[in-house]
Write a protein that binds this ligand. Structure first.
Ligand code: PHE
Length: 343
């Protein structure tokens, strides 16, 4: 019997066949089980003789099944290994990780610096209407400043008959904020702006950050302190001198342009130094014009404020030493790597 059972196990073609052989030998109705059952009816001496033999048979069959099963499983695994080419021991190919663009980097830095001064971040639409972009900012239809902005206009007007355009600066966010929020207001508004212009220092799309403070009793002293604190934090040095030059913007009065002092280090312009070798313009600013405050439905007798607007791309160029603005928007990884912005 043992020989028959073992050869049936050895001949099993697959796991199902092996299971059938196991049931045939060790199952409830199996041959070995039947033999075990006969032990009970035997005389003691006979049982002593037959018991070990039947147990031996059972163990031999059990061991043969286990061995056959292991062999079959190994064969299945070998077949898989032979057919699949995945080699887990090979080193992985390098994966390209993303990185932060210099413009985004500067926007993050600005948000952080101004958050410390109590400014929230505000946003507005890039597709604007001419009331928010011009009229409410004290630039009426006939004003020459409209022509100076090289505006991209859409063919259509909006539901209120206003001309639609790509915003030429972030100043319309001043209007949107004053119209919807009660003073006191302290916001910066970073974002994309558009003008029909292109050379080494101008791209049709560029980035600005607007700043706006509206409260009672705001003076130019607050403006100057805020700009100085911001510029020192941004360029990470304390010995920075600002120069405030009288200027003109329709939406501020008085208006000024702000220059930052640079010193020449081995022929290169480096922002900062107590005794500057020259000046670079970085932003426009001024006290918010009473007409603008009134256009937003606030009483200019009660509320005053200051505003500033600053080119973000220009800030990035000055801080990180880049010289061609157009490269910002080429998506060239070599350029980003060169300035340490991509791995
Ligand atoms: N909007 C102006 C520009 O684009 C900058 C500015 C903003 C000036 C706020 C004064 C106050 O040039």
């Amino acid at each position: 019997l043992q020989g028959d059972l073992l050869s049936a196990i050895a001949a099993a073609p697959n796991l199902e066949g092996l299971e059938a052989a196991r049931v045939h030998a060790l199952g409830k109705q199996g041959a070995v089980t039947a033999l075990l059952k006969t032990l009970g009816a035997m005389a003691p001496e006979e049982r002593q003789a037959q018991g070990p033999r039947i147990q031996g048979l059972r163990e031999a069959v059990t061991a043969a099944i286990a061995a056959k099963k292991a062999e079959m499983e190994r064969a299945v695994l070998d077949a898989r290994l032979a057919s699949e080419t995945l080699d887990m021991s090979l080193p992985v190919a390098g994966t390209a990780g993303g990185s932060v663009h210099p413009v985004s980097q500067v926007m993050d830095e600005l948000a952080e610096i101004f958050a410390d001064l109590g400014f929230a971040v505000a946003t507005g639409p890039e597709i604007e209407d001419d009331w928010h972009n011009f009229t409410a900012l004290n630039i009426p239809e006939s004003h020459p400043a409209r022509a100076m902005h090289d505006t991209f206009y859409f063919d259509k007007v909006d539901g209120e008959g206003r001309k639609m355009l790509l915003r030429t600066h972030t100043s319309p966010v001043q209007i949107r904020t004053m119209v919807t929020q009660k003073p006191p207001i302290r916001i910066i508004a970073p974002g994309r702006t558009y003008r029909s212009d292109s050379d080494a220092t101008h791209t049709p799309m560029f980035h600005q950050v607007e700043g706006l403070v509206i409260d009672r009793g705001i003076t130019m002293g607050h403006l100057k302190w805020t700009l100085e604190t911001f510029v020192k934090a941004f360029f990470e040095r304390d010995d920075i001198v600002l120069r405030l030059r009288p200027s003109y913007f329709p939406f501020t009065e008085p208006s000024m342009e702000v220059d930052v002092g640079y010193t020449l280090v081995k022929g290169k312009r480096v922002i900062g130094g107590a005794e500057p070798d020259g000046w670079m313009e970085i932003l426009g600013s001024g006290m918010v014009h009473p007409e603008v405050i009134a256009a937003c439905g606030l009483d200019p007798e009660e509320w005053q404020g200051f505003a500033f607007g600053c080119g973000i791309d220009r800030l990035a160029m000055l801080k990180y030493g880049m010289d061609d603005l157009r490269a910002f928007f080429d998506g060239d990884l070599r350029w980003l790597r060169h300035y340490g912005f991509a791995a």
